[in-house]
Design a protein around this ligand. Structure first.
Ligand code: ASP
Length: 414
């Protein structure tokens, strides 16, 4: 069997839904499980709904937009008579009460924001059914079991394996349509797996079902050596070893979610990245292979924050002090993207996620003099050559630079 994953950009209009049906028809040719994200920018819109609802502000216009966009797609797909179409308003209204729930913010976020995937998968499964595909809609929350870390649910693999395996029988007869990004706790609460987590969901299902392959259908021709919107001469890789792809995602390449590769590599399941609009393009396969000479790979990671902790008592930065910094980072659940130390200060760069980073800075300030800069971009050049090494180190606005035998990283002001 195979797993296909379609992201929000592919499902942004009725043409996208029609294309999904065409791709399933043409490329599935064996049992198939389909994982979908929320359509278009629905997750961002739902995040705004929760933020407004939680601060007692009006969010009705955003919710209405979400409703109208789904309704338009449903209309254009000819689903007016469909029960889903009729229930669309009820489904969207349910989001309001979830977003207004009083309680832990991250918990509320997951209950409400997860509805984007419920909507998209419901719509897709209705459309496929109307198009005479044998389809079964499935609630991922009953199969992807997680702990209670809301917004970053940690998967319980043993439990998930047992539940997901039970889908094998259904897959013999039907195409399963399910949600990416979401999971469920033993208390039947909804969790999410972290933004852009649908790729990871596809990997979870594929691993537990021992799938033949996973295909992520994207709006790019495959995995590229840089973001083509930023670098015109970016090239598409035909194939990549798992390790190389995993490192790319670590440095911030957004083409695949960072958690996706590991389970697939362990189970030796190939991951295809294929173009949604032109499936005849070869795409990229990430699998167990050796590639002799890869071209330099350039990853841009925006919205970075450089934090420097200075010791205040004329001593040098020592291990116990570093320990304090790392303990605080662990407590606040913040990941370092690059770090460097000097005699009296330790600097590191993190994703600038408010309010998490403000809380981190506040905590660090108890022991150190803390300075920080925002609006920075971390550029990683992996497998650099002489030309790219020179080009990126000498860029204007470099605030921090670090290189190893194969990788150069520069943090630059925007
Ligand atoms: N819809 C979620 C997001 O936008 C998950 C995903 O797209 O993978 O983050």
């Amino acid at each position: 069997m195979k797993v296909f994953k379609f992201g929000g950009a592919s499902l942004k209009n009725s043409k996208g839904f029609q294309n999904v049906a065409a791709l399933i028809k043409e490329y599935a040719n064996e049992p198939l499980l389909v994982v979908v994200s929320a359509i278009d920018k629905t997750t961002n819109a739902l995040e705004r709904v929760v933020a407004l609802a939680q601060s007692g502000k009006d969010y009705s216009s955003i919710l209405k937009e979400i409703y109208l966009q789904h309704k338009q797609i449903s209309n254009e797909l000819g689903l007016e008579a469909d029960i889903v179409h009729q229930n669309l308003e009820t489904l969207v209204q349910a989001i309001a009460s979830k977003a207004e729930t009083k309680g832990d913010y991250d918990f509320v976020y997951d209950q409400a924001v997860s509805q984007g995937e419920i909507l998209s998968s419901t719509l897709l499964s209705s459309y496929l059914q109307a198009s005479k595909f044998p389809v079964q809609w499935m609630d991922a929350r009953k199969y992807v079991h997680t702990d209670e870390t809301y917004r970053e649910g940690k998967v319980n693999w043993t439990q998930s394996q047992a539940s997901i395996e039970s889908l094998k029988e259904i897959l013999q007869k039907k195409i399963i349509v399910t949600q990416g990004f979401i999971g469920g706790t033993t208390q039947n609460n909804t969790t999410t797996l972290g933004r852009e987590g649908s790729d990871f969901s596809a990997a979870i299902f594929a691993t537990c079902l021992k799938a033949k392959s996973v295909t992520i259908w994207k709006d790019v021709p495959g995995v590229m050596s840089a973001d083509p919107k930023r670098l015109k001469n970016a090239v598409v890789f035909d194939e990549l070893p798992y390790q190389e792809a995993a490192e790319m995602t670590y440095y911030g390449a957004s083409v695949i979610h960072p958690k996706t590769i590991k389970p697939l590599a362990n189970a030796n399941i190939p991951l295809w990245v294929k173009n949604f609009d032109d499936p005849t393009l070869p795409g990229t396969v990430i699998h167990d292979c050796k590639v002799d000479k890869l071209p330099p790979l350039i990853v841009f990671k925006d919205n970075q924050c450089l934090i420097s902790c200075r010791v205040t008592d004329y001593s040098f930065v020592n291990e116990p002090q570093l320990n304090k910094i790392f303990e605080t980072l662990t407590q606040k659940d913040v990941r370092i993207n690059v770090m460097q130390n000097s005699a009296i200060s330790f600097s590191f760069c993190v994703d600038f996620r408010e309010p998490k980073i403000s809380k981190l800075i506040e905590a660090l300030s108890k022991n150190f003099e803390v300075y920080y800069n925002t609006d920075l971009t971390l550029i990683t050049v992996k497998n650099y050559d002489t030309a790219t090494f020179q080009q990126y180190r000498t860029m204007p606005g470099v605030m921090l630079e670090q290189s190893s035998r194969s990788t150069l990283q520069v943090l630059v002001r925007n």
